[in-house]
Design a protein around this ligand. Structure first.
Ligand SMILES: Cc1ncc(COP(=O)(O)O)c(C=O)c1O
Length: 442
């Protein structure tokens, strides 16, 4: 036991290794061998394998030069407290079992609801990630439509979103047996109420609209105000996917981009993305939690004694047992204060703008869009897809910079996502300057 605790204590303060990365399962099998045996291999050997073989075969998401996908940058306080949460092992599904822990999670959810401009009776729950948050919110929307409209449309339900919505939205639609109606975006990539109007008027199956509060690929925030106005006029639920970008609600320099969110029906943000919490953590909020409770509450003989008048997180998403995964964020927020969060998010936004400006000014690079949040998308004119791949893999291998190719408006591009306040924009600019001048990317 002490081996694991000592490891956890030292790891919360040790810098991560940007070079660590995946190996094949066959390779790992050869080095690790069988660990699940009748007699056990003992804590010393298990810990040794974890520290020396298994963990080095993962890629650190926290390195300041990891700007691929959506990386992570949990505070040391949040990481440390995650260990405390594990040790406490609270059942966070119902108030009766988890009251104190749920109370603290609810204070964090209240902070988020205030950022959204939502009323006192709005409520939420922490789930594992954006995918399950989107699924639970859309299950609520579909259930609410059935209850309010009284019948399922003959051709089933549908949701509307832009093609830039995260892949988890179409995955949720598949699971919920809903069709996806793709709405064209404006020339800057925003879903707007104007474009939505036509789809909603033409298709009574649409019971939910998903807007992006920061697309993953380019950090674009849809026109939430016009979408909410249009969707509500047609009786459709509005869900805001802020898994990545929702953290920017706390940043005054971009808060205006989210105008209209105060009238949305549900919202998610992943604290493991840009709110400096460890995996896995998604905050799912409802402006009015009653439709969520109607959709998700589980009933069984052994559950009937639950006091439904209390705040029971199990009632608001597709789960029953749950870890109180909001607590690492709670501890870090309580420790550092919300002003430190605002400053850290603003620092990421500022780093992104600095790098975007340098890209715009660099003769050998092309900025593809001015960043709305903290993702910058650009290209290296003259490079082939293979050049991009080679360049990306070379830098990943030597731990210089993690940046992987993407597609943007039909062409191969690169993207950098800034969610780590420790990222030094000048270091990123220097890497781009020194490694992208070569014509072939080798
Ligand atoms: C906008 C958006 N929504 C949803 C998700 C899915 O979140 P998760 O990976 O936590 O399931 C992501 C992940 O990157 C995202 O960027």
């Amino acid at each position: 036991m002490s081996l694991a605790l000592e490891w956890a204590a030292s790891h919360t303060t040790v810098a991560t290794d940007p070079k660590t990365t995946a190996r094949s399962a066959a390779d790992l099998q050869a080095e690790v061998g069988e660990t699940i045996t009748e007699g056990g291999i003992g804590a010393v050997r298990a810990m040794e394998l974890f520290d020396e073989v298994l963990l080095p075969a993962t890629r650190s998401s926290e390195d300041p030069m990891n700007l691929a996908y959506i990386p992570a940058a949990p505070t040391r306080a949040a990481v440390a407290f995650d260990t405390a949460v594990s040790a406490a092992n609270v059942f966070g599904g119902i108030w009766e079992n988890g009251a104190g822990a749920i109370f603290a999670e609810n204070q964090v959810l209240r902070w988020l609801a205030d950022l959204l401009g939502w009323p006192a009776d709005s409520a939420g729950v922490f789930v594992a990630g954006g995918t399950s948050g989107n699924l639970s919110a859309l299950a609520t929307a579909r259930d609410h439509a059935l209850r309010t409209r009284g019948r399922r449309p003959d051709r089933g339900w549908a949701l509307a979103c832009a093609s830039t919505a995260h892949s988890s939205v179409s995955s949720a639609a598949r699971l919920l047996d809903m069709d996806v109606v793709t709405v064209p975006v404006d020339d800057q990539g925003h879903l707007t109420g104007g474009a939505l109007e036509h789809e909603l008027a033409a298709d009574e199956r649409i019971c939910a609209v998903v807007v992006s509060g920061g697309t993953t690929n380019a950090g674009i925030v849809d026109d939430i105000a016009s979408v909410v106005e249009t969707a509500h006029r047609h009786g459709a639920w509005v869900h805001v996917d802020g898994a990545y970008g929702g953290a920017a609600l706390a940043a005054p320099s971009v808060r205006e981009r989210f105008a209209g969110i105060e009238r949305a029906d549900s919202f998610i943000v992943d604290p493991h993305k840009w709110l400096f919490a460890p995996y896995d953590c998604c905050a799912l909020l409802y402006r009015d939690p009653r439709p969520a409770a109607a959709a998700h509450s589980q009933h069984a003989a052994y559950l009937d004694a639950i006091d439904r008048g209390e705040s029971n997180p199990a009632d608001l998403a597709a789960h029953l047992s749950r870890r109180t995964r909001g607590l690492p964020l709670w501890y870090s927020l309580a420790t550092h204060g919300t002003a430190a969060y605002t400053a850290a998010i603003e620092r990421c936004l500022s780093s992104c703008r600095t790098v975007a400006r340098a890209i715009e000014e660099a003769e050998h690079l092309e900025l593809l869009a001015a960043p709305e949040l903290s993702v910058v998308v650009f290209r290296r004119p003259g490079w082939t897809p293979a050049d991009y791949r080679r360049w990306s893999q070379r830098l990943a291998k030597d731990g210089t910079l993690l940046c992987v190719p993407t597609a943007f408006r039909g062409e191969v591009a690169l993207r950098l996502a800034f969610v780590n306040p420790s990222t030094d924009p000048q270091a990123v600019i220097e890497v781009l300057r020194t490694t992208m001048l070569e014509a072939d990317g080798s």
